[in-house]
Ligand binder design. Sequence first.
Ligand code: PLP
Length: 287
Amino acid sequence: QLIFMNGEFVTKENAKVSVYDHGFLYGDGVFEGIRAYNGNVFRLNEHLVRLYDSAKSILLEMPFSKEEMSEIVLETLRKNNLSDAYIRLVVSRGPGNLGLDPFSCKQPNVIVIAESLALFPKELYESGIEIVTVASRRNRSDVLSPKVKSLNYLNNILVKIEAGLAGVPEALMLNDQGYVAEGSADNIFIIRDKKILTPPGYVGALEGITRNAIIEIARKKGYSMEEAVFTRHDVYVADEVFLTGTAAEVIAVVKVDGRSIGTGKPGEITNELLQSFRDLVVSDGIK
Ligand code: PLP
């Protein structure tokens, strides 16, 4: 396996960063998770726009242009002979001194890792998953906007821990006002009476690339598809619930906090959207 590091490809064993890297010391950096299907990198430009926006927001100067980064991603796939892959782009502030000051870091580390990955086993896409809501909150009023995909994922990790302790694969975060925000690394959609809802970004949800693709697909199919603020109650009484994310793709949720959703099986609209998403990703992308 070859990993891109600052302009060259190195083996996994040699892909190492300094313990003085502020990404390691402070979670100072940004990242993206991207997927390639059938050799097509899905929505690469959208991911790069989000990465560069995140970097700009934390005043991290990217050492490569977007066009160069795009080529680096494609080259990483080629070098590893991968046509279906999960791609992780990491840009850390780079090595500096032990103080917080990012201006002591002279050169960011730019890393691209590509490997095959399946987040959930295949059966779960057929059966759907159970989730719980957790105590960790998505803080809308953080100075750091939830739109920034930073290396500070501790809150999301706590969500994953709470899910694991509850014996379920994923969990749902509410925001500081108790409105439903998102999962640990995925967005949520609910459906009632054929109307599809997903929380708007301002409640504290990342504007997921998969989420945006599903919104487009749903609207194209003529469904009522709106961004709306909703509570746990609305999730419990929905006919269908599903999560979206680059790693999770589209996965049905059949139980939330012990309440069965709809028939207790993945819903019809969810399955239809999942199928359309799968059809889209194999053809829509950058080679
Ligand atoms: N929410 C969070 C916090 C995430 O980290 C992710 C993953 O990137 C998502 C949602 C889903 O976004 P996307 O569909 O762009 O992967």
